[in-house]
Design a protein around this ligand. Structure first.
Ligand code: PZK
Length: 332
């Protein structure tokens, strides 16, 4: 099971408390009517305070995307202006593109539910019982999937043909679930049988089929925009308040969906199996961090240095370009 969400501070502090803040980046905003419950690497979770009880609501959460960016397993000291807004707006657009496949968690992305201080980068969502599996779908082989393939010619128990390279198109998309590790730890691959043992065979089959359907839909839409969707991580929740025809809780699409933080997007024009593909969004950051100009040694364990202004601006443009190419809309 997922860890129950614990508030970072009492709802009615007896002592004045320092607002908790992430180690890097902008301080956490205090949001009227909300209590902060959790800090992720690049996002924050708040719960609305129930006006009748004065306690954190059990029915809803406010998901806030920040402008923080990670690279090489570090949260960088520099933020990318508007990244939180771009990713939130992209995720909302994808939820709409997927509604005929799966219902989603969104209650509202607008005022008055979303406070002014986080406008555009926060969404009020239904609080769900999260399924304790990271659902990963892969259309192309790279990253940890490629590493596992090199060791066993299989990924998460799925046998693959010989001769695949970094970036190869898979014969058909595969479901490669992982455990949800606590923050700072790495997720571990699970076999399909392990998913069945954890959540039961019927839910396991639904998670697999939904993940592949989302990946295929994502690729259909991206292909029309000259973009490949190599892989994606999706998370599902159960809404017991919405039983289906058989009385089972409805499976709901949660978290963020098909953003550059949860998925690998590659420009189709430069796709070339046999080498690491350029990242659509983080390539300038990676190239600068691993160049002599940064003075940073990736293997040192030291936090990376602040990014130069031109790298920040070029990366901001890449996030906006990803949003505009995929959606065909202008980023306001
Ligand atoms: C939930 N996360 C990850 C997201 C963070 C951490 N609808 C939901 N119901 C219950 N729990 C979650 C969700 C969603 N989405 C999501 N952890 C729990 C996460 C954003 C910021 F700090």
């Amino acid at each position: 099971m997922t860890q129950p969400i614990q508030p970072t501070q009492p709802t009615q502090p007896t002592q004045p408390t320092q607002p908790s803040r992430p180690e890097r980046g902008a301080p956490l905003p205090e949001l009227k009517g909300y209590v902060h419950v959790y800090s992720g690497k690049v996002r924050e979770l708040y719960a609305p305070i129930d006006s009748s009880t004065g306690q954190a609501s059990k029915d809803a959460l406010l998901l806030v995307a920040t402008d923080r960016i990670s690279a090489y397993d570090h949260i960088l000291g520099s933020e990318i202006p508007d990244k939180g807004k771009v990713l939130t707006q992209l995720s909302l657009w994808w939820f709409d593109q997927l509604v005929d496949i799966i219902p989603n968690q969104v209650i509202s992305a607008d005022a008055p539910e979303v406070p002014e201080a986080v406008a555009g980068r926060a969404v009020l969502v239904r609080r769900l019982e999260m399924v304790p599996v990271e659902c990963i779908g892969r259309a192309y082989l790279t990253g940890s999937g490629l590493t596992e393939y090199g060791q066993s010619s299989s990924v998460c128990g799925v046998q693959l043909p010989a001769g695949l390279q970094d970036g190869s198109l898979l014969p058909s998309p595969i479901f490669t679930p992982t455990t949800k590790a606590p923050i700072g730890r790495h997720d571990e691959p699970m076999t399909y049988a392990e998913v069945e043992a954890k959540v039961g065979a019927p839910l396991a089959a639904s998670l697999r089929d939904l993940t592949i359907a989302i990946l295929l839909r994502g690729n259909e839409i991206a292909a029309g925009r000259g973009i490949l969707l190599a892989d994606t991580k999706v998370e599902f929740g159960l809404d017991a308040a919405r039983p289906d025809a058989q009385g089972n809780p409805t499976i709901v699409l949660a978290d963020e969906v098909l953003t550059p933080d949860s998925s690998r997007f590659w420009p189709a024009a430069s796709w070339q199996p046999g080498r690491a593909q350029d990242s659509f969004d983080k390539q300038f950051v990676r190239d600068w961090l691993t160049s002599p100009a940064s003075g940073w040694d990736r293997s040192s364990g030291e936090p990376p240095p602040a990014l130069p202004g031109e790298i920040i601006e070029a990366t901001r443009s890449k996030y906006i370009e990803a949003f505009e190419s995929l959606t065909g809309r202008t980023f306001a």
